[in-house]
Write a protein that binds this ligand. Structure first.
Ligand code: ATP
Length: 434
């Protein structure tokens, strides 16, 4: 429902997930800042991706490449000539649209005029700037519109230093910039966003196998992190959607309030990227297999996801309202690895006697988990707040704690409460918050 969209935007502002950028100056279209809670969640999304893609594997290594890059990179990758979207203007109302995203190619979504669009013009999405004090052609630089090219241009360095051989991958998380014609839907499509991409280099005859492998693996990642499978689908591109070098692309799509839309694309890119950079740079970007005595250019399978967009999908999938004792409880049923805080430590009252043991509990848990600490307001309201932040566990220190050295642990989804001895808390959470 479109209602859900407004609720999420509202919750994001009210609780400190996402604020419009430069809001005190009226905002700056399509840019957003991640607030105290949002920065935690976004970081968790990226860490969860990194954990599955790098930490839990031996065949993928990481990279953090520069955002600014010279035209030669984008010349070779084809972005300078063809990273464009078709732009049309409505002659009636003057608004601009991306032609390929129009519901009806003849009808203006703003004013409803029919047949008033100009011929499409190809608009390059890259942000161009100048490096150094002289703004001449020799100083042109581009903000990367994807992180992928860093993995291709550093292929040889990574190969020579990492002791990996195909099949192996290079993963990167970071900002990308696209001068989108129509940024929209909150953080779904913005001009500045974060990507999580991995280039997986394989022997050519294994490309199809690995493409299927990564489609399954990436779909499952969203399910494992709490998005119900029925809100996800894997959609294979039709032949006319495929880029000319791709022999297969599938999108992981999420059922957003406005319909199915892309979270991630998995593409079987052949040897297009490494060959293009080898030709343009004059450097060898291939692999010599000592076992077979063969030299070949690896093929690439690329799962490319958006971190900011994925965070929005996690919020939408997790949002729930339920009746509890005649009141509506809003709760984000986020996976514990994605939730901003894993634990909230709450002394029942801020009376002097309860603060020291609460601080003691906090000191035990803080080195291991991201904890919130909150000692003001009635405990019921503090629970509601943590529910809205998606915090899986609240630990309450009450007057009985002073007698029995134990605390109440409240679980977010069931609201069930456990009494746990303070020395056992760490083990208790270690088991539940892996
Ligand atoms: P579209 O056709 O919707 O413009 P795309 O297919 O060009 O997107 P990719 O180049 O495949 O997108 O980028 C990989 C991922 O990066 C996307 O699945 C998405 O999650 C994220 N992404 C791309 N553009 C944006 C954007 N403008 N804002 C937020 N995330 C984005």
């Amino acid at each position: 429902t479109p209602e859900l969209f407004d609720k999420i935007v509202n919750l994001c502002k009210r609780r400190g997930f996402v604020f419009p950028s430069a809001e005190i100056y009226g905002g700056f279209r399509s840019t957003y800042d991640y607030g105290p809670v949002g920065v935690l969640m976004l970081r968790n999304v990226k860490n969860a991706w990194w954990r599955s893609m790098v930490q839990m594997r031996t065949d993928v290594v990481g990279l953090d490449a520069a955002i600014l890059s010279p035209p030669a990179v984008w010349e070779a990758s084809g972005h300078l000539s063809s990273f464009t979207d078709p732009l049309v203007d409505c002659r009636n109302c003057g608004n601009r649209f991306r032609q390929d995203k129009l519901d009806d190619p003849d009808v203006c979504p703003s004013c409803g005029a029919t047949g008033q669009f100009t011929e499409p013009r190809q608009f390059n999405l890259m942000f161009k700037t100048h490096a150094g004090p002289v703004a001449d052609e020799g100083a042109v630089a581009y903000l990367r519109p994807e992180t992928a090219q860093g993995m291709f241009t550093q292929f040889a360095n990574v190969l020579n230093t990492s002791r990996k051989k195909p099949p192996f991958g290079i993963a990167q998380v970071g900002k990308s910039f696209r001068n989108e014609i129509t940024p929209q839907n909150f953080v779904f499509r913005t001009r500045e966003f974060e990507q999580m991409e991995m280039e997986y280099f394989v022997p050519p005859d294994e490309a199809e196998k690995w493409y299927r492998y990564w489609c399954d693996e990436r779909f499952q990642w969203y399910v494992d992190h709490g998005i119900p499978a029925e809100k996800l689908r894997l959609r294979a591109h039709d032949a006319d959607e495929l880029s000319h070098y791709s022999s297969g692309t599938s999108d992981v799509e999420f059922l957003f309030p406005w319909g199915w839309d892309e979270l991630e694309g998995i593409a079987n890119r052949g040897d297009y990227d490494l060959s293009a950079h080898a030709t343009h740079s004059g450097e060898k970007l291939d692999y010599f297999d000592q076992a077979t005595g063969e030299r070949y250019t690896p093929h690439v399978v690329e799962p490319a996801a958006g971190a900011t967009r994925t965070m929005m999908a996690f919020l939408m999938a997790a949002y729930d309202e339920e009746e509890v004792r005649g009141e509506t409880r809003t709760v984000l049923r986020l996976h514990h690895r994605i939730a901003p805080f894993q634990i909230a430590v709450l002394p029942l009252s801020k009376k002097d006697t309860l603060v020291p043991p609460a601080q003691d509990v906090l000191a035990r848990l803080q080195p291991h988990f991201m904890c919130d600490y909150d000692e003001t307001q009635a405990i019921g309201r503090r629970y509601r707040r943590q529910d809205e932040l998606g915090t899986p566990y609240c630990v309450t220190i009450d007057f009985e704690s002073l007698e029995d050295g134990a605390v109440t642990v409240r679980e977010r989804d069931t609201m069930e409460q456990d009494r746990i001895a303070i020395p056992d808390l760490l083990a208790y959470f270690r088991e539940r918050l892996v």
